[in-house]
Design a protein. Structure first.
Length: 257
């Protein structure tokens, strides 16, 4: 018998997902597990607070939704962000893994061009047993992790809508009907408390729905007051796309550094 020998191409892959910590203490993945290297991926994030001067970039490795349940590979800070409403700054984060498994992470402020970064050499230094343990742990806790992510996303959405309502009230000033203003302020206060207390979706979603209705009502008065200026919808707590490039825009924010 004559055997046929075929060329076999062995490709190195990322053993675990890589990402960053975003608002609510969750991991937002940038490079998924089992991605062939070398690889380069970029995502765009924004700020979580008005006039936020800096962002902390915490680089994570793992499969869990909660940032604290993953491995911290490194951290750095991007400073000197120009004062702007939350959600307006565009912070582009790039993960670049070379053929040797060396990970370079950069964060760049698209407005100023300023960037900061870190080089990590131990991202691929886990043994097979440790990788399998982390993957199995994520599989065992999948339901719990999904519930956590759902709750964090819901609270972030509530916080963003509350921010929009506050912004509209400030723009309307005395043009806002007194009864609508009082209800809006009460709901915003309830929303802030729910976010601070890390309330569950059963409390958060009805509040979000009520605030969205209030926002729609206030919008009806907007035309007679200040009118919507450029970028009015940018400060929703999430980033906005500049329309250029192929990079995705992630609806997530960095907390204050």
């Amino acid at each position: 018998l004559k055997g046929e020998v075929k060329d076999v191409l062995l490709l190195d892959v990322t053993p675990l997902s890589l990402g960053v910590e975003t608002r609510g203490g969750v991991m937002t993945k940038i490079i998924e597990r089992n991605t062939t290297i070398p690889v380069r991926r970029s995502e765009t994030f924004s700020t979580a607070e008005d006039n936020q001067p800096a962002v902390d970039v915490v680089v994570l490795q793992g499969e869990r939704e909660r940032a604290a349940d993953n491995r911290v590979l490194g951290r750095f800070q991007l400073t000197d962000i120009r004062p702007a409403p939350r959600g307006e700054p565009q912070i582009e984060v790039t993960f670049d893994i070379d053929a040797n498994g060396i990970l370079n992470v950069k964060a760049r402020d698209r407005d100023t061009g300023k960037e900061q970064g870190i080089t990590i050499s131990e991202s691929s230094n886990l043994d097979r047993g440790e990788v399998e343990r982390m993957v199995q742990e994520a599989e065992r806790n999948q339901g719990q992790d999904q519930a956590l992510r759902e709750a964090v996303d819901a609270r972030n959405e509530l916080d963003a809508v509350a921010y929009q309502v506050e912004k509209r009230l400030a723009e309307l000033g005395d043009a806002a009907p007194a009864h609508e203003k009082a209800r809006a302020e009460m709901l915003v206060s309830d929303a802030r408390a729910a976010v601070k207390e890390e309330a569950g979706v059963e409390r958060v979603r009805p509040l979000t729905s009520e605030l969205q209705q209030v926002l729609a009502g206030l919008a009806a008065h907007q035309g007679g007051a200040t009118g919507g200026g450029p970028g009015e919808d940018a400060a929703t707590g999430g980033p906005t796309s500049d329309g250029g490039g192929d990079d995705d825009v992630i609806d997530a924010e960095f907390d204050k550094g």
